[in-house]
Design a protein around this ligand. Sequence first.
Ligand SMILES: Cc1cc2nc3c(=O)[nH]c(=O)nc-3n(C[C@H](O)[C@H](O)[C@H](O)COP(=O)(O)OP(=O)(O)OC[C@H]3O[C@@H](n4cnc5c(N)ncnc54)[C@H](O)[C@@H]3O)c2cc1C
Ligand code: FES
Length: 279
Amino acid sequence: MPNTILKKEQLIPGQTSKLVIDAPHIAAKARPGNFVILRMDEHGERIPLTIADTDPDAGTITIVYLVLGKSTALLESLGQGDEILDVCGPLGRATDIHKIGTVICVGGGTGIAAMHHIAKGHHRAGNHVVAVIGARSKDLLLFYDELKSFCPEVLVSTDDGSFGHKGLVTDLVAARLEEDKSVAEVVAVGPVPMMEAVARTTKPFGVKTTVSLNSIMVDGIGMCGACRVTVGGETKFACVDGPEFDGQLVDFTELRQRLCAFKPQEAISYKEYHERHGR
Ligand SMILES: Cc1cc2nc3c(=O)[nH]c(=O)nc-3n(C[C@H](O)[C@H](O)[C@H](O)COP(=O)(O)OP(=O)(O)OC[C@H]3O[C@@H](n4cnc5c(N)ncnc54)[C@H](O)[C@@H]3O)c2cc1C
Ligand code: FES
């Protein structure tokens, strides 16, 4: 049945889960960089989540989400065999992938899952993929084994030093760019401060840097204007013009401010959800 959850795995218990969803039409068309918009019930809000993987033969897509507020908590309350009301996609422009040489794919936190699909696309196009992933500690690292299975290099950083380099992903990106001047592109997916820091790090090297913006979205098809971002001084709609943009041109200060715009309403909604569900 379309939209049925075929498999659920808690990657980080109580925090991050992976769902394999029956969605044959989306699986047939989705490309790395695309996302879906889900709605859990008819009064629910629409939330965008990146397609972390597809299996067109099985007719499935994979999503990975961090439980942050009411809608992701509602999603987390579903299990194998449950149906998601709406799964709309694939949305957004696919990542621009062609054979260019060496590509550094940087992922932070839940963004590692989204980055994984892009890294796979670059690998399939014949590029040498260097995956750089970071998390606060080893137990919060996602998709390490999956990336290891096809990336010739997987570099890891943890804030507490429990695995790999003790420090930030940007240390690893800077070191890799210092030693190899032939890197054609850096792609970064993760928290906004991380993507901003990656763009700052790559700037002196003059290497093309692509970031995937997680702006607030509502309709996801360019009609509502909720996802407005400023790139190179121009207003863009992240849902149809992106979500990937040139990291050197993004107005990150505005993006951070817009992401906080509904914080009070989101906190009330999450509190009410917990009270209603006795949690
Ligand atoms: C293109 C795109 C791809 C994304 N991919 C992923 C992913 O693969 N995995 C993942 O965990 N998260 C992803 N996100 C973020 C995810 O959509 C939000 O975490 C989710 O909407 C939170 O909803 P909530 O009700 O649980 O939390 P809320 O309490 O409503 O919000 C918590 C925070 O989530 C963000 N957020 C809330 N609503 C939206 C919205 N409609 N659009 C965008 N951000 C929102 C805001 O920063 C907000 O402060 C993506 C966002 C975008 C735009
Ligand atoms: S989400 Fe509505 S215009 Fe992009």
